[in-house]
Design a protein around this ligand. Structure first.
Ligand SMILES: Cc1cc2nc3c(=O)[nH]c(=O)nc-3n(C[C@H](O)[C@H](O)[C@H](O)COP(=O)(O)OP(=O)(O)OC[C@H]3O[C@@H](n4cnc5c(N)ncnc54)[C@H](O)[C@@H]3O)c2cc1C
Length: 281
């Protein structure tokens, strides 16, 4: 066991279900018992060797079957670089087709997470092809990206589904809005377009002000949408939304590659430094 496992894994468990599929299914059942659906992600990204890509594809097919077999209300969320996008766009396209076909056969949705902006164009291209064959596949749109307004339009024109998030990667200022308020403003703009034109989309944020705006839009538009939030963040808010009658799903990551994901969660909010420090004493 390395230093990361000793010092960071205990804190990372706050945001990840565990290191194996069994832990993810257990967390999914716990979420379901609170009226919350599960979006399950097998951790990993930017994979550059074919054998690992094979293993990730196999894990997703197994996960989708396990969700069906265990009667969990939930579905999978995958990153295209887990399916080989860093190696070959064509290979990732074919592999996504297999995972999407498996989801469709089991009557499940499938989300595609959005990664750093070097992958946005290829992810969009693969997604727009996939959604014409598999209507249950949705893609993440990041409000911090300047191009997202055009991308949301394209997704809606293709009858696709959007999970709207702020965006989690370190990007150059020419491609993203950089202030908290400008990101929020773009989130509101994109959210307005979704409430006007889309169906079955997800508002994925823990930001109370944006959630209040979504609730107001929901009151006037009566659209089919859900809130999605990450494991370990704002559990109070999840419960409050469920008890007010909103549909809420929780994103539950699991797997051995927990470090990059946990580092992102740890550093995006200053209070988490206390979590880390407390675990050391
Ligand atoms: C379901 C889901 C899926 C996502 N998928 C993607 C994806 O595919 N691609 C991508 O780039 N990003 C993704 N994200 C991450 C997203 O882009 C943001 O980085 C993350 O949600 C934090 O932004 P926020 O909207 O919650 O707003 P923030 O302003 O960051 O947070 C609002 C409030 O939520 C709480 N909070 C937020 N984050 C934390 C934290 N780490 N620890 C403790 N409290 C916190 C705090 O109270 C904070 O004040 C996803 C987020 C969710 C909820």
């Amino acid at each position: 066991m390395g230093l990361k496992e000793v010092f960071v894994l205990p804190v990372a468990r706050h945001w990840i279900a565990g290191t194996d599929m069994e832990s993810a299914l257990k967390d999914a059942k716990t979420a379901n018992s609170k009226g919350i659906g599960a979006v399950v992600n097998f951790l990993g990204e930017e994979i550059t060797d074919a054998a690992t890509v094979d293993a990730h594809q196999a894990e997703y097919l197994k996960l989708q079957q396990a969700i069906a077999d265990s009667g969990v209300n939930g579905f999978a969320s995958v990153k295209l670089t887990q399916l080989g996008l860093s190696i070959s766009e064509e290979d990732a396209r074919k592999r996504l087709g297999k995972v999407a076909a498996n989801a469709a056969g089991l009557g499940q949705l499938l989300w595609i997470d959005m990664e750093g902006s070097q992958f946005t164009q290829t992810t969009m291209s693969i997604y727009l092809d996939a959604v014409s064959a598999y209507r249950g596949v949705g893609v993440v749109m990041q409000a911090y990206l300047r191009r997202s307004e055009e991308d949301v339009k394209a997704v809606l024109e293709h009858g696709g589904k959007v999970r709207l998030v702020k965006g989690a990667y370190r990007e150059q200022p020419d491609v993203v809005y950089t202030t908290r308020e400008s990101i929020r403003e773009n989130f509101r703009k994109l959210m307005g377009a979704l409430f006007d034109q889309a169906d079955g989309f997800a508002i994925a944020t823990h930001d109370s002000s944006l959630i209040e705006d979504a609730k107001k839009l929901a009151d006037s538009k009566h659209t089919n949408f859900r809130f999605e939030m990450l494991k370990g963040i704002r559990d109070d808010l999840k419960a409050e939304l469920v008890s007010s009658g909103y549909t809420v799903f929780e994103y539950l990551p699991y797997g051995g590659s927990w470090y990059a994901y946990s580092k992102r969660r740890l550093t995006e909010h200053p209070s988490n430094i206390w979590l880390l420090l407390r675990s050391l004493v």
